[in-house]
Design a protein around this ligand. Structure first.
Ligand code: GCV
Length: 716
């Protein structure tokens, strides 16, 4: 009996250890093992002086205590005032004595309302470290930044860090439905337990807010863009209010998606026409009702007249009419409208890649000041690789916010290890040439190119109620990296990977170096085994799981993979050059020139812009067919190499996470071969050519791959 109980106890303890490691994300606060650094930290951190009293200040203090206690293994003393030396002083500007303010000098002029200063200062000849900001939330960001220095084994001597976020809205978009399913979610169900809210506050909500604040995320859209109007009823607003109360001290504002037809569905009106006075008043009253509950409510995110969602066009109005009507409703309360530009129509015979630009570009300068247009990173839909969306270089008079997808709808769900900040960086550093060379997408997004005050970056969340939040331990890096890039779109993805690995796993160079390389090549690997050389949208239907280049029977032409690859006996690729749909003309002339000519078009985008023959000569001398087949093989080989690298790190990783990643890499390897074989067998029907040397022969037939069905694939 006793031994059974012991076994049970041991099981519970080891289970919670697994859960804890994964669950703690990048906030592991592992013990500092470098002896010299540990002694430096202990010397300089002989107590905390916390000057604030707000909820946010209390969080800052608790975080410092937790972090220092875990990393230095002794509980830091908290002092009510500054005595002695080597204290860490935390407090916002208004809480600082004039002597401390003097020590900060003019640094406050260099930060905005959310920025922070971390500085080694001297008070009465005694050394201290100060973390300060204009507001308490800045102090909290500073605390996380400071703790990260320790987590990543940086020296804390002579600190002088002055940082401020470069964008205002750094926001997660949850595609969470009210029944707790998550559209394109692969990490379990929605975190939001609507049934138990508002009375039951799950600890997860707090931990979610903490994780977001630690990387500077300051907004969350709780609900799916394919919206349900019920969220705007009092029954649900009460629950939203409860979440907003949890998130507020962490600097996170709550936003909701607005179903355009809500005035009809829950308001009893006959129309949702944005020019109708009753409709406009309905939204004004609704906004007032929300702000009464949630004074810092962020505003609405809207998907209108896109993929069947209602919108102003249902009433013969346009996007400007719709967005501006909602903007008027939230303007008195300081709210914003994030209006999505993800539109395309089966009634438009134009190339789908051209439609959002064609529809939105003429509206440049016509939106109200509190409207920001949310544009996906590429013109089709979050593919493993897309050239940057042409709208980024074409709407100088309109604030544009970036929409990245963190959840891996088209990149192997949460079973494939793909480090997405590499993709985000590629987009952000693309040059639009809007105002000549150097007009980077990052500058459009942070508002510096066209002097916009309203700026933002959105990421479609990959978070669910899985124990490890994101399904794959390495998908946590995509959440983390998204937050870091939203804060500073100029950060290098490799630096972010380095940081994340140290905070999440280990500071051991034997681990960091190979695993960082593995992460950095993981994005190119997925492109290679799914959609090399500019191929896109060749996944299977509906659930988007696995390859489906043969699909041609869907009701809307632009939902069919054959629409995108256009493989025939002459070659493959979508001609978007002058000889084709002329989508290249939507870019600035400098960019257009490069993309328009197959000889200058980067080979990574070749088949996005050109239909080329199977014998087309690639830069490496291979024919297109051989080169493409070898790319597919390269992707598979890269995954094999990822497995090898991971296996060598066993001594440096806890057994549970090691095993998890090992199993997931096995699946990824299997699926990379599935992609390679299915795509090559399919395209071979058109090329009529043998697989080149070096490409493994498929073990299954094309018919077999076509027969695979996944009726319960997640996220659909
Ligand atoms: C939320 C793609 C996805 C849809 C998603 C849509 C969008 O089409 O497959 O699930 O809908 O993008 O971004 O609105």
């Amino acid at each position: 009996m006793i031994s059974l109980r012991l076994i049970f106890l041991a099981f519970i303890i080891s289970f919670s250890a697994i859960a804890q490691k994964d669950y703690k994300l990048w906030l592991q606060y592992d013990k500092t093992t470098n002896a010299a650094l540990a002694s430096e930290y202990k010397n300089q951190l002989q107590g905390i002086v916390s000057l604030g009293n707000s909820e946010t200040s209390k969080i800052s203090l608790k975080e410092l205590e937790t972090g220092l206690f875990n990393m230095l293994e002794n509980k830091p003393e908290v002092f009510p005032e500054i005595k002695g030396e080597n204290k860490i002083i935390v407090g916002s500007k208004s809480s600082l004595t004039s002597e401390i303010q003097k020590a900060v000098g003019s640094d406050f002029d260099k930060i905005n309302e959310e920025g922070f200063i971390i500085k080694s200062i001297s008070l009465k000849n005694k050394k201290h470290i100060l973390i300060t900001a204009k507001n308490d939330i800045g102090v909290l960001y500073g605390v996380y930044n400071f703790l990260r220095l320790l987590q990543t084994n940086k020296s804390i001597q002579n600190l002088n860090i002055i940082e401020a976020p470069k964008t205002n809205i750094r926001i997660l978009n949850h595609w969470d439905n009210l029944d707790r399913t998550v559209e394109r979610g692969y990490a379990g169900f929605s975190l939001w337990n609507w049934q138990k809210l508002p009375d039951f506050i799950d600890q997860r909500y707090i931990d979610y807010a903490r994780a977001n604040a630690s990387v500077g995320i300051n907004g969350t859209v709780l609900t799916n863009v394919n919206a349900n109007a019920l969220i705007l009823t009092p029954q649900y607003l009460e629950k939203v209010e409860a979440l907003a109360n949890v998130f507020r001290p962490y600097g996170i504002k709550v936003y909701l998606t607005a179903r355009f037809s809500a005035p009809i569905e829950i308001g009893g009106l006959k129309t949702a026409d944005p020019k109708d006075v009753d409709v406009a008043n309905w939204w004004k009253n609704k906004a007032a009702e929300i702000y009464k509950r949630i004074p810092d409510f962020g505003g609405f995110l809207v998907k209108a007249n896109s993929e069947g969602q209602p919108g102003p066009q249902n009433y013969g109005r346009d996007h400007v009419d719709g967005a501006n009507m909602l903007a008027d409703a939230v303007a008195p309360f300081g709210g914003v409208i994030m209006w999505r530009a993800f539109v395309y129509s089966e009634h438009d015979v134009n190339d789908r890649a051209k439609q959002a630009y064609a529809e939105f570009q003429p509206y440049d300068g016509k939106f109200k000041d509190n409207v920001i247009v949310q544009v996906k990173n590429g013109a089709i839909d979050f593919q493993p690789r897309e050239p940057f969306h042409p709208l980024f270089g074409a709407m100088p008079k309109t604030p544009l916010m970036m929409e990245f997808q963190i959840t891996q709808e088209y990149l192997g769900f949460s079973t494939h290890l793909v480090y997405l900040p590499k993709l985000y960086q590629e987009v952000l550093e693309s040059d639009t040439y809007q105002k000549g060379k150097g007009s980077l997408v990052a500058k459009v997004v942070d508002g510096t190119l066209d002097q916009h005050k309203l700026t933002g970056i959105a990421g479609v969340s990959n978070i669910g109620n899985d124990l490890n939040w994101t399904g794959h331990p390495f998908a946590q890096a995509n959440w983390y990296g998204f937050g870091r890039l939203a804060w500073d779109p100029y950060l290098d993805s490799e630096t972010i990977a380095d940081e994340w690995l140290r905070c999440t796993f280990s500071n051991n160079e034997n681990f960091i170096k190979p695993i960082k390389e593995m992460m950095m090549q993981s994005r190119e690997a997925v492109v290679n085994y799914m959609t090399p050389l500019g191929l896109h949208h060749i996944m299977d239907t509906g659930h988007h799981y696995g390859p489906g280049p043969w699909v041609s029977n869907l009701s809307r032409p632009e939902w069919n993979p054959v629409y995108y690859h256009k493989a025939d006996k002459n070659g493959i690729g979508f001609d978007r050059s002058k000889t084709g749909t002329n989508a290249t003309a939507q870019y600035a002339s400098e960019v257009e020139k490069i993309f328009d000519n197959p000889a200058t078009c980067p080979e990574k985008d070749l088949l996005w812009f050109h239909h080329v023959s199977w014998d087309y000569k690639l830069k490496n001398g291979q024919t297109l067919w051989n080169g493409m087949a070898l790319k597919y093989q390269e992707g598979v080989d890269q995954v094999k190499e990822m497995q090898n690298i991971w296996n060598r790190t066993k001594p440096y990783v806890d057994a549970e996470r090691f095993k998890e990643v090992e199993m997931l890499l096995n699946i990824q390897y299997k699926e990379s071969k599935w992609w390679r074989d299915a795509c090559l067998l399919y395209f071979q029907q058109f090329s009529g050519k043998e697989l080149p040397k070096g490409v493994e022969k498929p073990n299954e037939t094309l018919e077999y791959f076509k027969s695979l069905k996944f009726p319960f694939a997640p996220g659909n």
